[in-house]
Every structure is written in C-alpha cells, then in structure tokens.
Write a protein that binds this ligand. Structure first.
Ligand code: GTP
Ligand code: MG
Length: 201
C-alpha cells in the first residue's frame, strides 16, 4: 500500500469522541518506550506525525491519524511505565480498556514488543487479556537494528515457545526497525489486505 496522506485528526481519553465515520482503525499498543510512535512515523514516512521521546510516558492520549482518508492509525499510551502514579495507571487502564473493548471500528491491535528482550510477563498478560476479550492482534517486534540477527532469532523462538502454551494458533508476527524502515511494507500490506476484506463487505 502506498501512503498518500497521513494526518493527525484528534486526541481523546474517551473512545466515543473519536472519529464517527466508522472507517477501519488499527491500534498500536505496548510498553512505554517500546517504539509505538516511532513505528507509526516509519509506516507513514512522516518523521513528526506522532510525538516520540527517549523518556517513557510520552503518549498520554488516544490519538487518531487519518491515512489516505480511508482508514485510521491509533497511537496509544504505553503500559508498564514504572514511574507513573497508581492513580494515573488506573486512569490509563480505564480509558484504554474501554477503547479496546468498545470501539467498533477497531479491526486489529498491533502489540509492540522490544525485540531485545525475552518474553516479558506484562506483555504476555496483555496478549492473554486480548484473547479473553476476543480482540484480534499481531505481534510486532521493534528496534531490530539494536541486536544481532542471532539474538533476534533466539528471542523470537522464545516468544513462539511461550505463545504456544496459551494459543492454538500463533498470531501474525512482524519484525521491524523504525531506523532502517524494516517491516514497513509487510505491515502496510497486511493492513491493506484487511481493509480490502472490510470494504468488500
Ligand atoms: P510512549 O509514548 O512513551 O509509550 O513510547 P513509545 O512506545 O511511543 O516510544 P517512542 O516511539 O517514543 O520511542 C521511544 C524511544 O525509542 C525513542 O528514543 C526512539 O527514538 C527509540 N526507538 C523507537 N523505535 C526504534 C527503532 O526501531 N530503532 C531504534 N534504534 N530506536 C528506536
Ligand atoms: Mg508514544
């Protein structure tokens, strides 16, 4: 898929206040600092579309970006930010959980995972929660430019081993780097495929 236009639309904490045109949307979620906003910029070839930062906790709201006037990318705040207060974490949970479970136009969730790390409890818990709620998701491994391909393969194998414990079928997996743009085409083609199915209905 070619990205012709990518524009910021609106930020919210309430899923009901997002765009109401029912166009398909794709949410990017994962631990704070895993590279959600950077991946969105990489996918759209726009360096400053989503705000990125070296400090965790940059994205605080549900952000809608309109792509080609046909579909939306949604940038979400990260989970597992150690410095966040209990109160702000509870608030996070409430509005993100509401968004993920109630937003009808949400097609699938991209769960971002740091490719340098072995399977993390918080990420496995989040993916299992998606399963319980019957929310479709893919696994997107980020920052692959930061490790050797041997270490990457090792971590991917560990993730697969962990996932088959809970899942009959392993969700789609993508490996990415926002630095080298690796993975851009595969993710965009996957979204295009899903959009085509939706628009055919
Ligand atoms: P929050 O909004 O705080 O939850 O973080 P986020 O998941 O949106 O992360 P963000 O995109 O802001 O990136 C966090 C840091 O990781 C930034 O310093 C990025 O430059 C860096 N980063 C993100 N993706 C990559 C990547 O693929 N390769 C490298 N080398 N660095 C990356
Ligand atoms: Mg962010």
């Amino acid at each position: 898929m070619k990205i012709k236009t990518a524009e910021f639309v609106i930020s919210n904490t309430d899923y009901k206040l997002g765009p109401e045109d029912g166009k398909p949307e794709y949410a990017f979620i994962g631990r704070s600092n895993v590279g959600k906003s950077s991946l969105i910029n990489m996918l759209t070839d726009k360096k400053k579309l989503a705000k990125t930062s070296g400090t965790p906790g940059k994205t605080q709201l549900i952000n809608h970006f309109s792509i080609n006037d046909e579909w939306y990318i949604v940038d979400l705040p990260g989970y597992g930010y150690a410095k966040a207060s209990k109160q702000s974490r509870a608030k996070w949970e409430r509005f993100i959980v509401e968004y993920l479970t109630n937003r009808e136009s949400l097609v699938t969730i991209f769960v971002l995972l740091d490719s340098r790390l072995e399977p993390q409890k918080i990420d496995l818990e989040f993916m299992n929660w998606c399963g319980e709620k019957q929310l479709p998701f893919s696994m997107v491994f980020t920052k692959i430019d930061k490790l050797s391909s041997t270490s990457l393969q090792k971590n991917l194998a560990k993730y697969k081993k962990e996932m088959v414990k809970y899942w009959d079928e392993i969700p789609p997996m993508f490996t990415t780097s926002s630095e080298s743009k690796f993975g851009q085409e595969k993710i965009l083609n996957y979204i295009e495929q899903l959009n085509t199915q939706i628009f055919a209905k």
